[in-house]
Unconditional design. Structure first.
Length: 283
């Protein structure tokens, strides 16, 4: 993770504790002595792909640097129901106050990693990689995109700042394909930035305009069916990276990959994932 990502994760952890603990965990404070020591273990309750172990350690140590975490299973491993991922020990008050945040993060991240791994396996034998999107939970994006990587997927872009993606609305507001691409290059030159440029096309007329104008790194084929996708890949002929997007489900994923596209973007990796069941229980 880069410095910016780590800073955003630290902010998320701080906000999450403020949201959950507020002025104090009165339940824990009323019945657990401040000197009490304890141990908890993370129990996997559902088969899947584990993600969030490193973030969990960060959460524990942010709250209480004296908590000791012993990891048995690392991020990216395929886990089975009943396995123990790690043990954490230290002040019992600290264990109780960090429990829910750690579970919320790990269950969400592991659900995303599990879903992503399923998509990645469906693409085995093709050159196509699965991409995430910006359809993420506000504030949780860094963790959700990290989970996609742990599951074997590729981050499309983190946000609006690390790539230029000229979508249909940008093209329409700019007055057309050529105007949008030209303005993107002028902007990058003026700002002294070196960002990749991707452009979305909705039909063959727009595709042919992009092929004539050039000046992009990747072409997104939006809502093309598999027949049109195959023809688009033929016309592009390796001159630009290709990405399929829009309405692609797990069941149709491989048929798009077999058209020869480089990437398929799937919003479902992050916007409608079921969390992986696990619990953090006292030993």
């Amino acid at each position: 993770m880069n410095t910016q990502t780590e800073a955003l994760i630290d902010e998320l952890i701080k906000l999450a504790f403020a949201e959950d603990i507020g002025e104090g965990d009165h339940t824990t404070l009323c019945c657990i002595p401040s000197t009490a020591q304890g141990k908890s273990q993370l129990i996997i309750k559902e088969d899947g792909v584990l993600a969030g172990v490193e973030i969990a350690q960060r959460i524990f140590h942010t709250f209480d640097p004296d908590l000791k975490v012993t990891v048995f299973i690392h991020d990216g491993a395929e886990v089975k129901k009943g396995e123990i991922a790690f043990v954490v020990e230290g002040k019992t008050q600290s264990l109780l106050q960090t429990e829910r945040l750690v579970l919320n993060v790990m269950q969400r991240m592991s659900g995303i990693a599990t879903t992503t791994r399923r998509y990645v396996k469906a693409l085995e034998g093709t050159k196509t990689r699965v991409l995430d999107t910006r359809k993420t939970t506000p504030g949780m994006r860094m963790l959700e995109k990290e989970a996609v990587k742990i599951g074997g997927g590729v981050n499309h872009r983190i946000g609006l700042f690390d790539m230029i993606l000229l979508k249909d609305n940008h093209v329409d507001f700019a007055g057309g394909i050529e105007q949008a691409i030209t303005r993107a290059h002028n902007y990058l030159k003026e700002k002294g930035k070196n960002l990749k440029i991707e452009i979305e096309v909705r039909n063959f007329d727009e595709l042919d305009q992009v092929l004539r104008v050039g000046g992009v790194d990747r072409i997104m084929l939006d809502n093309f069916n598999t027949q049109y996708t195959k023809e688009a890949v033929r016309r592009i002929n390796g001159r630009f990276e290709t990405e399929s997007s829009g309405g692609i489900t797990f069941d149709t994923l491989r048929s798009y990959a077999e058209c020869g596209v480089d990437y398929i973007s799937v919003g479902a990796l992050t916007h409608s994932v079921k969390s992986l069941d696990m619990s953090l229980k006292a030993v």
